[in-house]
Write a protein that binds this ligand. Structure first.
Ligand SMILES: Cc1ncc(COP(=O)(O)O)c(C=O)c1O
Length: 386
């Protein structure tokens, strides 16, 4: 794809689950921000500020459009990353509005640890739910009464999805609970799972979505009533007196400020807008190429009796270990051939190490930048190593 033609010949980047490569149009948009309208957003009246405001506003609209969510009900706020977004919400939720906090066993440390911290802060019990092999949850097996539920809709080691997400969200709401969805791994290649889902909040990282380093919280306006103000500062208030302040977020127009204390990463937000515009126009043939690439690599790995895949089916993200080979050493050997892949437990220690008892793993995570020759090269190099 032309947007990634800065990649050198033979350079194979397989770490998209951590950070996707950025298309040139995104890099251009950031450059343009720094060289043509480098200004603070949402407070500056001069010309550059007006241009930044327009692009920031457009980025918020594009997030909702991409997720098929209604601006009347939802607000888009920017943060640092998924981890920061989840912590920011949990650290401000009123303890007396809930009875427990729930997460699931296949989570990244981001929801896994932040739900522990929430439980420690509030004294509320924490429950870790099982996930079926296909990623779904037996909704009827759990009591969601007044629960705060924080779970992913796609895993970061094999891409398995919360297939019955609608049923789970419905069951949680029916029982008076709220759900915060970690959509970090869904947004780039499987956003359909979370589109139009009436979650209370969806947190994701723009850097896994072909955009710059940035976090996004898409949240339902009712969440405001369940939170205390624990993280406040500039850019959030309409008036301040000696011992009190009036939050701008009280009005719908400025609701996003509720999670945006201080100056934001304006250039990155502008870059996110460019990434979403680009992503929504990626031709079908490119999606097909991605599918062909990961299916071919998956089938190659699955065909070796020495390779133990975590995946049950092909996905752009796949993890495995090889009999008799240390995964970190394998990662180093791949790196010497210019193949960039991750090794270890990918911040999903609890499930991969303690539940499944896997040795450290290797993860290949593909993206739209990958070329068929990348796959040929990985197969050749892996074939030699195995
Ligand atoms: C499923 C999932 N959740 C949360 C995160 C945390 O993302 P970040 O480090 O951008 O906060 C990741 C990162 O890999 C992830 O894969």
């Amino acid at each position: 794809m032309n947007e990634f033609d800065y990649l050198g010949e033979g350079e194979v980047y397989l770490d998209s689950a951590c950070q996707s490569l950025r298309p040139k149009c995104v890099i251009d948009a950031i450059n343009q921000y720094y060289t043509e309208h480098n200004s603070c957003g949402e407070r500056v009246k001069y010309k550059w500020g007006v241009e930044t405001d327009e692009k920031v506003e457009e980025a918020r609209e594009l997030v909702l459009k991409y997720l098929d969510m209604k601006p009347k009900k939802y607000t888009v706020s920017f943060t640092l990353n998924t981890t920061y977004g989840i912590n920011l919400i949990l650290s401000q939720l009123k303890a007396d509005a809930f009875k427990k906090v729930m997460t699931s066993e296949i989570e990244h440390n981001s929801p896994f640890l932040s739900t522990m911290a929430f439980s420690e802060r509030t004294g509320l019990p924490r429950e870790v739910m099982k996930r079926n092999e296909d990623g779904s949850i037996e909704a009827s097996a759990y009591d969601f009464s007044d629960a705060v539920v924080v779970i992913n809709c796609a895993s970061n080691f094999d891409g398995r999805k919360l297939l019955n997400i609608k049923e789970v969200v419905k069951a949680i709401h029916k029982a008076g609970g709220i759900i915060i969805i970690d959509a970090a791994q869904a947004m780039a290649h499987s956003s359909e799972i979370v589109r139009g889902i009436e979650a209370d909040a969806i947190c994701f990282s723009a850097h896994k979505l072909y955009a710059p380093s940035l976090g996004v919280i898409v949240w339902r306006d009712e969440l405001m009533g369940k939170m205390t103000n624990g993280f406040v500062g500039g850019g959030m208030v309409d008036d301040v007196e000696k011992d009190s302040y009036l939050l701008s977020a009280e009005s719908k127009e400025h609701r996003y400020t509720r999670f945006e204390a201080g100056l934001q990463a304006w250039g990155e937000i502008v870059g996110l807008g460019a990434a979403l515009k680009w992503l929504m126009k990626v031709p079908k043939a490119e999606w097909k190429k991605l599918e062909n690439n990961y299916t071919e690599l998956y089938e190659f790995l699955a065909s070796s009796s020495k390779v133990h895949l975590v995946n049950r089916e092909p996905n752009a993200t796949m993890s495995f270990y090889v009999d008799g080979l240390d995964s970190h050493m394998l990662g180093n050997a791949l790196s010497r051939e210019n193949i960039m892949a991750r090794t270890g437990y990918f911040c999903a220690h609890y499930y991969l190490d303690h539940v499944c008892k896997y040795p450290p793993l290797v993860r290949f995570s593909l993206g739209l930048h990958n070329r068929p020759e990348d796959i040929e090269k990985v197969k050749k190099v892996m074939g030699k190593i195995i």
